[in-house]
Design a protein around this ligand. Structure first.
Ligand code: CP
Length: 314
């Protein structure tokens, strides 16, 4: 049995394949738990969002309330003493001193969640730290891949768009190197390529066998082979001082009906969302579109995670 009580969830790199599978199993089971509606009675979440969010914040807070937990915190750091230049360390120490049972934190800086975990006694869940990691998105992505393909091992996936700044594709890559037989195709312009340390990790994994990856510039080179097309938004907020580059790359990748002519019948299009214009609206009506179901899966995955790290389920 895996014990997650008091464990911080900061990076997919920190979780073994068995631990990931265990969380996904628990996410599948939690809806059938007869005590689900009272599991987190008496527990309080500090929900600290230093960056905007729709899905992650709402689903974490809804997950907490679904299990009878309470939620406090902020969705906008402008209402806090951060505007008076209070440090992240001090902010977390103060919240921790008020006796929260678990933290969920989103922050624009890489490494912020790790720092928060050092500052807090209570477990910290990373809800996205800048362009670095978004582990709970990856858990719901893996849950969705398993739900639609019946397996995570042996899947072929094209990750498309802003692979430089997209924390969801960074976390997903960190996770998929732990599985067997996966084929990863990184589709981006050279300006937005997957960071070198993740390419190095893929290369090392490929050398051990049972793993393939390739960097490409066009989705149509592989769209007929893949099980999953994972579209991403060009992350405008990460282009400060590079606006000319954003204008150059913002519309390079757009999935429309014509791109879907030769795909596998079982292929699914995923997207962490929000989308801007990288998936045309008509695609929503096709059997390939699965991004709204994917977002819904975030609720059960986050219910399971909150229950695990607070120790109310094992
Ligand atoms: N996928 C995701 O993280 O969405 P939000 O930014 O709306 O939370």
């Amino acid at each position: 049995m895996v014990n997650f009580q008091a464990k911080d969830i900061i990076s997919m790199n920190d979780l073994s394949k068995d631990e990931i599978d265990y969380i996904l199993d628990k996410a599948g089971e939690i809806g059938h738990n007869p005590n689900r509606s009272r599991l987190l009675e008496g527990k309080v979440l500090a929900s600290l969002f230093f960056e905007p969010s729709t899905r992650t914040r709402t689903s974490f807070e809804k997950a907490m309330r679904n299990l009878s937990g309470r939620v406090e915190g902020f969705a906008d750091p402008k209402i806090t003493s951060v505007v008076k230049r209070e440090s992240l360390w001090d902010t977390i120490r103060i919240y921790d001193g008020y006796g929260y049972d678990v933290f969920v934190i989103r922050h624009p800086l890489k490494g912020a969640a790790r720092l928060a975990a050092e500052a807090a006694q209570a477990p910290v869940i990373n809800a996205g730290d800048g362009p670095n990691q978004h582990p709970t998105q990856t858990l719901l992505d893996l849950y969705t891949i398993r739900e639609t393909q019946g397996t995570i091992d042996n899947i072929s996936i094209a990750m498309v768009g802003d692979l430089e700044n997209g924390r969801t594709v960074h976390s997903l890559t960190e996770a998929l190197v732990k599985y067997e037989g996966c084929r990863l195709f990184f589709i981006s312009s050279r300006d937005l390529a997957m960071p070198g340390h993740l390419i190095d990790k893929c290369r090392e994994r490929a050398e051990r066998g049972g793993f393939h990856f390739q960097e490409l510039t066009h989705l149509d080179q592989v769209i007929d082979q893949v099980d999953i097309v994972y579209m991403t938004r060009i992350q405008r907020e990460r282009f400060e001082g590079r606006e000319h580059l954003y204008e150059k790359v913002k519309s390079i990748y757009r999935l429309d009906m014509s791109a879907l002519q030769k795909v596998k019948t079982t292929m699914k299009v995923l997207h962490p969302l929000p989308r801007v214009d990288e998936i045309s609206i008509e695609v929503d009506k096709t059997p390939y579109a699965y991004y709204f179901e994917q977002a819904s899966n975030g609720l059960r995955v986050r219910e399971a995670l909150l229950a695990l790290v607070t120790g109310v389920i094992q």
